[in-house]
Design a protein around this ligand. Structure first.
Ligand code: ADP
Ligand code: MG
Length: 350
């Protein structure tokens, strides 16, 4: 068995390294702010070219950390037994559960992506994620292929339609004993929330990254665009596959891949993206999907959905809706790429 549970830190690191190289070109003595740490089971990095307005660096750092603590530990954690998500998962079927504004936001967006992707994105995959060994007790060196009857039992509890969301009352009701896992959208949402904070503070140029999900705003000190990198989808040391540009805009980017969190048995790769229709990890040749969208939460959810859908369906979905996606497929030892029309402009201006 081959196991690989390195997170997306390498791409994040390299993206920041790219950013750092860019920063190195800035004039001496500029008023930079950078903050890094751990959240949501991964790392985060925030870089600002300038501390906005009157903001104090220490106060800004506290505000960022307060948001991250709330979103991770208090709301979306599948690890913390008393997080809002764990309490919802343990809540009785058929009785209303009052949700926070953040949980409501994420569940409503999840519902939209669930519908638009015909269920490829489905946060009720929780029992399957645990069964295949990618849950809170993840230890990919001791994973085995589950029995078919256990997969079927877990599948009987999967289906986002079993969660009824009442937006007006800010309540949800489970109509079946579903177990929700928001790992494929919560990091993106957290990046969006940090982006809102920095926008409110008046920042017009920043880089925010949590576990490889990014929001980039504005231009560098010399007026040119940021240039993030897409990582080659292999489990070796970081290699740049492609670079693109934010065109000086505010952009939200997220990626999903089969090459950081997976295990292999008898030459078959089992990745942490699970097909909610079959109950099994995806096994087709799409290796990575990078999405640029209006919010990082949306890009995050779509990137996961695209990994489940596979190259053809994902590409068609993106083209029909004008979504910017960069897909990388594995063909033997080589890679091929499919780039939707909406992504192409970001590849032009480097
Ligand atoms: P990463 O965490 O590496 O950015 P993703 O955003 O694709 O990757 O999230 C993968 C996680 O999402 C899995 O570990 C699992 O917890 C959850 N997940 C797996 N399959 C699905 C799915 N089809 N729909 C929603 N969430 C999923
Ligand atoms: Mg995702």
């Amino acid at each position: 068995m081959i196991a690989n549970n390195r997170r997306w830190n390498l791409i994040a690191f390299c993206l920041v390294a790219t950013f750092a190289l860019v920063l190195a070109a800035c004039t001496e003595g500029d008023d930079r702010f950078s903050l890094e740490g751990l959240t949501m089971g991964t790392s985060y990095q925030i870089q600002l070219l300038e501390i906005p307005g009157e903001a104090e660096p220490g106060v800004l750092a506290d505000k960022v950390q307060t948001i991250l603590f709330r979103l991770d530990r208090e709301i979306f954690s599948t690890y913390a037994r008393d997080s809002e998500l764990s309490r919802l998962n343990n809540h009785a079927v058929g009785t209303p559960f009052a949700v926070s504004r953040e949980m409501l936001d994420v569940l409503m967006l999840a519902d939209t992506v669930f519908s638009s992707t015909s269920g490829a994105f489905d946060p009720t995959v929780g029992p399957l994620v645990n069964l295949w060994g990618f849950g809170p007790k993840m230890n990919l060196t001791e994973v085995s292929i589950p029995h078919t009857k256990d997969v079927e039992e877990a599948l009987s509890r999967v289906g986002f339609e079993h969660l009824v969301i009442d937006e007006a009352r800010s309540e949800v009701v489970k109509t079946r004993d579903v177990m929700i896992d928001l790992s494929a959208i919560a990091k993106g949402y957290a990046v969006d929330q940090i982006g809102c904070l920095l926008d409110e503070q008046g920042s017009d140029s920043y880089f925010i990254e949590i576990g490889g999900e990014l929001k980039i705003k504005g231009v560098k000190a010399d007026g040119s665009s940021w240039v993030p990198a897409i990582e080659a989808p292999n489990d070796r040391a970081f290699e740049v596959y492609e670079i693109f540009s934010n065109l000086g805009q505010s952009i939200a980017v997220a990626g999903s891949g089969d090459y950081r969190n997976y295990f292999e048995v008898d030459g078959v790769r089992y990745s942490h993206e699970i097909d909610p229709r079959t109950g099994k990890p995806v096994s087709h040749y799409l290796a990575a999907a990078y999405v640029i969208a209006d919010s990082v939460a949306l890009a995050d959810a779509l990137a996961t959905a695209y990994m489940v859908m596979g190259e053809e369906l994902a590409f068609a979905h993106a083209e029909e809706r004008g979504i910017a996606v960069f897909l990388i497929a594995r063909k033997g030892d080589a890679f091929t790429e499919r780039i939707s029309s909406a992504f192409k402009p970001y590849l032009g201006d480097q």
